[in-house]
Design a protein around this ligand. Sequence first.
Ligand SMILES: [Ca+2]
Length: 332
Amino acid sequence: MFKIITLIVFLNIFFTSNSYGDDKNFKLWLINFKEIAISSGVSKEVVNNVMSNAKFLPKVIEYDRYQPEFYEDTFTYIKKRTSKKKLKNGLKLYKKEKKIIDKVEKEFQVEKELLLALMGIETNFGKYLGKMDIISSLATLSYDKRRSDFFTSELLILLNLIDKKIISKDILYGSWAGAFGNFQFMPRTIRNYALDFNNNNMIELKQTEDSFASAANYLKKIGWKTNQPCFYKVKLKNNIPKKFLNSSARNIKNKRKVKFFKKYIDNSENLNINNNISSAIIIPDKDIIPGSKTYSPAYIVFDNYEKILHWNRSLRFALAVCTLKESFKNEI
Ligand SMILES: [Ca+2]
């Protein structure tokens, strides 16, 4: 263990690059990374075999520095991701795979509408799985200093999964940030939650059976509660104390029962929610859109909403997922 830590510190000091795109530094990084991987318990054969083709991908660094979702307001963000076309594509998939999806819903007690919504938003129902060589993406982001520790540990986990023959290295094409399959699982999520639902000794996250079961298993394990609300859009009164207004997805603070917040919400008598469930108020535009209003748009959110934040720490991502889920509910 000491050896690994020493090596990681060594890497951070000597190979964090300001002038990214420097292939020579990447090669030096790679030599040391291989040693770390072998010390962490991955077999030498797998490390050499898989890492020998790892390349520095400048494009990945570009994507990492520019993430468009930070510049879109909530309304635009949700609208783009929950279009009628997306709904139609999801219904088409459901019709085709109804037997499997219904079976997963029943077995894991996670609504099929939620699973469809997540798949729709993550990959447009498998249409955008990403074509990046995931090993090279993760290696590039491990070499790069911005989030080196996080991606180094993701890459080590992935090598371990390959070593144990849980995942085949030949299918590892995905997003620039290393996410994989219909539901864009990172290696740690694969390790912790993915399942071989059809029992063929391989986890296939680009196939319906394994990917839907894995997503449902993940949601169930993190505590998604079937048939509980996710959020409602509300109009806030200006007398609500600022401390109740959450604008960060990292930590939803100052939760109260619904009945507490009702006095700060216009027409709250129309809100058809259990008064005694835990809730919080979010204002997702606040920290993202310059000059946005303080009290609008605003949403009252519940425990299930926070489960989606566990999946992806973005206030608007979770709003879009639950919005699309409701659209499916109206159609199925
Ligand atoms: Ca399988």
